[in-house]
Design a protein around this ligand. Structure first.
Ligand code: ATP
Length: 502
């Protein structure tokens, strides 16, 4: 029962999970708002990650850095010079394309004569579309016959003299495209009253650099010893050229990153790296991600940044295709060394373990698991979406893991007009909501109320009925199996706790 992107976006809008930012002003491309239900799931994802990665571990500590940092940070990290995508503009339509998403082909007749060029955007680079464009080209030139087989390439592979010959996908006019230009993805702002070169600053494009910059502060003030990690959750900003696929690629998003510092010995990192790939996968599975939609992409040596030892992405099969959900990279000591060079401050760690054979000073190496909250939110929604037929009737529900569900339980008084019963239900609701987000629903038939709860992914529906007044018990209905069990009211807390965090 795989959900389509259109259905998912509309469900998110309809049920109050995700809205377009500034919708009343027709929205803002690449920006999104989380509604009442979405914010709960979003927050649960982050809390769950923090619990498992920081609170329950002795070797990882947390950090929360400012979004705007000293601009030197981004010189050291390489973002000022290198964090850019090659862009091509259409001078006529003012459309802007990422060069690697603009596809083109040379169209030659069998005789070898050049007929012209065709172009299209990544996504519609299918053969049928190319054939149509070729047909139009031939009609215009009034030639018949066959062309040589087409070879589609992206515009980063175009020779400079070819660019003026490629028609803009927007206008179809050759000569309207600019040569590729590097476009830095960092958002700029200025700090203070004056707006000049000296006041220029950036919104962070990743949270990781805040961790590196604070490495010494944390090492000196906490009782951590290598190997140890520093974790951070926070907003990041990238002026993406083509924000698309809903919250998958946006311009403002949140990241959950860990820098895990390890000894610099060349034989040390592969073990930690493997460990983090495994732990990342297991954690994603534990919050209910569909394992049948997950896979690995191990980067080839030639695709790696020059300093990187290795990198593996965890891929998720989104409705629009398979794409990176998170990355785990072995980055050596590149980042700390860069900050050491740029700041002139030592980034050395003193290994004072009395059992260590050689007490020594070194700049640690690092393993970096990096994950986007919003991409994960999307993967969680895709994994949770279930459409099934029950007795010939369609039932659509969200099968969230209880730890991520926006509400953990719905409390339902069977009838509205018996004050004793309503007050008993109300008592349960008041008690549960002290620890869990629960949902009060007293109107409509019980079947309708079940469906309402199912649709937003409430895992348990607690019904207070006439018997409850006698036996202090309630009926607990399970969202996924629809099974109902009778339970003592005093057992509700331990039951929910067990289900949410087994
Ligand atoms: P992509 O190739 O998709 O642009 P990336 O390799 O540049 O991603 P990283 O710089 O490794 O991404 O960022 C780490 C994580 O942050 C990604 O795995 C992803 O989950 C998330 N992320 C990156 N860019 C965006 C974005 N524009 N919108 C939402 N999440 C993002």
């Amino acid at each position: 029962t795989d959900v389509s992107m259109t259905d998912l976006v509309s469900l998110c809008r309809r049920r109050g999970f995700v809205f377009q930012s500034s919708e009343i002003y027709n929205g803002m491309n690449g920006f999104w708002d989380y509604g009442p239900l979405g914010v709960e799931v979003h927050r649960n994802i982050k809390n769950r990650w923090w619990d498992k990665m920081v609170r329950e571990r002795e070797d990882i500590v947390g950090l929360d850095c400012s979004i705007i940092m000293a601009p030197k940070t981004w010189e050291a990290s390489g973002h000022v010079g290198g964090f850019s995508d090659p862009m091509i503009d259409c001078k006529e339509s003012k459309m802007r394309y990422r060069a690697d998403q603009l596809y083109f082909a040379r169209v030659e007749l069998e005789s070898g004569e050049l007929l012209g060029y065709i172009s299209m955007l990544d996504g519609d680079n299918n053969e049928a579309h190319a054939k149509k464009l070729v047909k139009t080209l031939m009609k215009k030139a009034d030639v018949k016959g066959d062309t040589k087989p087409l070879e589609l390439k992206d515009a980063t592979q175009a020779a400079p003299e070819e660019i003026p010959l490629i028609p803009s996908p927007a206008t179809g006019i050759p000569g309207s495209l600019t040569p590729p230009r590097e476009f830095n993805l960092m958002f700029e702002t200025s700090v203070g009253a004056l707006s000049d070169a000296a006041s220029k600053a950036y919104l962070r494009p990743e949270t990781a650099q805040g961790i590196f910059v604070n490495f010494k502060n944390v090492a000196q003030t906490s009782r951590v010893k290598v190997p140890f990690g520093i974790a951070q959750i926070g907003k990041a900003f990238r002026n993406e050229i083509n924000p698309r696929n809903f919250i998958f690629r946006s311009r403002e998003f949140e990241q959950m990153e860990i820098e895990y510092f390890i000894p610099p010995d060349e034989d040390a990192w592969p073990e930690y790296y493997k460990q983090w790939i495994g732990e990342s996968w297991d954690w994603l599975k534990s919050i209910g991600l569909r394992e049948d939609l997950m896979s690995y992409d191990v980067h080839q040596k030639c695709d790696l940044a020059h300093y990187a030892r290795a990198c593996t992405d965890i891929i998720f099969k989104f409705p629009f295709g398979e794409s990176e959900l998170m990355g785990i990279a072995a980055r050596g000591d590149f980042d700390l060394s860069q900050h050491e060079k740029t700041s002139g401050k030592s980034m050395e760690y003193f290994d004072s373990d009395p059992n260590a054979a050689d007490k020594r000073r070194y700049v640690p190496h690092v393993i970096e698991p990096s994950l986007g909250v919003d991409r994960l939110f999307l993967a969680v929604m895709v994994s949770a979406y279930v459409e099934e037929k029950v007795d010939g009737e369609k039932r659509t529900y969200l099968k969230f893991h209880p730890s991520l569900a926006p509400y953990k339980a719905a409390v339902l008084p069977l009838v509205k007009n018996k004050p004793e019963l309503v007050s008993k239900a109300r008592g349960i609701f008041e008690k549960l909501k002290r620890r869990y987000s629960v949902f009060w629903d007293a109107s409509g038939s019980i079947g309708r109320r079940y469906r309402r709860a199912d649709e937003v992914g409430v895992p348990f529906a607690i019904t207070v009925d006439f018997d409850s007044l006698q036996d202090d018990s309630v009926t607990v209905r399970d969202r996924d199996s629809c099974e109902q069990t009778r339970m003592k009211i005093s057992d509700l807390y331990p039951f929910l706790t067990q289900q949410i965090d087994p």
